[in-house]
Structures are given as C-alpha cells and as structure tokens.
Design a protein around this ligand. Structure first.
Ligand code: GLN
Length: 303
C-alpha cells in the first residue's frame, strides 16, 4: 500500500472542509488555535511514518490520552477495573452528568470524562503518579523525549474545570474515587494537556495495531486486552457520535477536543489526523472526513 499517495489523496478530498466547525471554546486556551490547521499521519506496524500537512505540529491531545491511561491501568492492574467503569456506549455528551446518578456513580465507559476520571484514579493508586507515568510511556513509545505537559492548557482547564470537578465529587460520594478529588483532577488535567503531533501519536498507539506489543517488542497488554481496548474505542471512542464514526470510518478511533483523532487498523497501521474545527459532539469535522476518505479509498477497515 502506498500510504504517502493515499494521504495526499485524502488531504485533497477534505481540503474544502478545513476550517469548518469551531475549536473548543470551553477551555479558553484551546479556543486560540488556528482552525485552518490540518495534518495526518500513518505509522505502519514496523514504525515507518508517513505524513501530510501539519503532521509534525504538536497539538493538545486532550481525550486521546484516555486510551493510553486505560492501557496503562489495564497493564498495571487487573480486571477489577471493570467493576468501577462500564464498557457500553453512553449516547450522551462526553462531559455529561446525567447517567451517573441513576447508575450509582459507575460511568458507562472509560472514554467519557467520568470514566476517564475513574481510570486516572485507578492509575494514580497503582503508580502514585498517574500523569508522569503516562507522559513517560508516551515518550518511550513515540521515541520523542521532548513530549511535555502544556501548563497553560492544564491551568486553563483547571480554572474552567467545574464540570469535571462535579463529576469527580459526585463519583466520590458513591465511593468510586479513591484518591483526594483535587489530586485526581490535577493528574487528569495534566494528562489532557500533553502536546503531541500526529507523528508522535501514530507511533505511541502502535501497540493497539500490534496486538499489545510495545515499540521495544516487550508486551504491554495481552492480545485479548488489546482487542478489548480497540473494541471499546470502536463503540465509545467518539462519545455520542460513535455509531456515526463506525458507520463512516469502520475503525476503532478516539477523538479529543484539541481536534485530533487516532484510529487503528489492527495488524496493519495506526492513523492520526488533526484539524481543530469541531462538530457539535466535539469531534474534528475535517478529521472525521479524512478517516472516512482513508477507509473508502483503501478498503482498510475492520469490516
Ligand atoms: N480535557 C477535556 C475535558 O475534560 C477533554 C474532553 C475531550 O477531549 N473530549 O473536558
């Protein structure tokens, strides 16, 4: 497969959409990003990376980090994680509070904010420093030692973080948060603030295409656990648009309000696309179209 030629076709296909939608405004530091950015990268399972547009430009990973936090919590911990968080699509917005009360403080899945807060809480208990553990893992897998937290983003999220604080306190009232809520929120905001490029993210996500094997060929997850994460990405990775994403793209995927989306073709490659203009459900407009175009052009989907 000539991935470079495919990327160039995809970029041409989606050019009219670049700049559509609007950057996330509820985190003021994210609203300042130029909505006309577009980049896309593919890493094959051997680690060769192809790219187009702004594929080397770092952006705010946001909820994409929820995949990596889940992988680390599964790698360090055990199946008891699934007693504290479900694995069903929520059908609600990523930051919704509404299901939590009638489901007794157990979030629907690890990729909505409530579920990700539980996963970060578990990782914090397991490692004592959830966000540093995550950053170190991402540096190793991407081969980029310069990856860092963006303190301006983390501070902006914290300053406007009442909704995430509400989710965390509410779950704590059900006994589903073990660490002090403020400690958990700090790690969660640091986690979301990590800056990475499409190239970095395709390399870091490669264990999902390699059935659980890390970049150095050591095992992070069992084959079965890698399948489980890919399955939850497919069904829950783009929140209340997961059905539409599966319909159009047909791959496990995880989006973030920074405008990035990571997708996985198990056994073949990982993809990352970035364009900051978001639709009403918080997913990149041009990013979704680019992944749709990729699977249509190549036939590389899980279906
Ligand atoms: N940091 C963001 C939040 O907590 C992440 C949301 C997202 O990327 N969907 O609201």
């Amino acid at each position: 497969m000539d991935y470079q030629a495919v990327l160039e076709r995809v970029a041409a296909d989606v050019a009219p959409l670049i700049g559509s939608g609007s950057p996330a405004e509820y985190i003021p530091a994210l609203a300042a990003v130029d909505p006309r950015r577009f980049g896309m990268a593919i890493a094959d399972v051997d680690g060769k990376v192809y790219g187009v547009g702004d594929w080397r430009h770092p952006f705010s990973t946001q909820s994409i980090t929820k995949v990596f936090a889940l992988a680390l919590a599964m790698a360090h911990g055990d199946d008891s994680l699934w007693e504290r968080v479900g694995r069903e699509p929520s059908g609600n917005a990523f930051n919704s509070l509404v299901q939590l009360e009638y489901e007794n403080g157990i979030p629907r899945n690890p990729f909505i904010n409530a579920g990700a807060l539980v996963v970060t809480d578990i990782l914090q208990t397991l490692t004592g420093d959830a966000s540093s553990e995550l950053l170190e893992f991402l540096r190793q897998e991407s081969g980029n030692p310069d990856l860092a937290f963006d303190s301006a983003i983390a501070e902006s999220e914290s300053a406007y973080g009442d909704r995430n604080a509400a989710l965390a306190h509410f779950m704590a009232s059900y006994g589903n948060i073990a660490n002090p809520v403020q400690t958990l929120l700090d790690h969660y905001f640091w986690q979301c603030s990590i800056e990475m490029s499409c190239a970095d993210l395709t390399l870091a996500a490669r264990f999902l295409a390699r059935h659980g094997l890390r970049a150095d060929d050591s095992r992070l997850l069992t084959r079965s656990e890698a399948k489980q994460i890919n399955a939850v990405m497919l069904t829950c990775g783009t929140y209340d648009a997961a059905g539409e994403f599966a319909y159009r793209v047909g791959l496990p995927g995880k989006s973030g309000v920074g405008g990035g989306i990571v997708a996985v073709v198990p056994g073949r490659c990982t993809l990352c696309v970035w364009s900051p203009g978001l639709d009403a459900r918080g997913n990149s407009v041009a990013g979704l179209a680019a992944l749709d175009s990729f699977t249509t052009l190549t036939g590389l989907s899980v279906f």
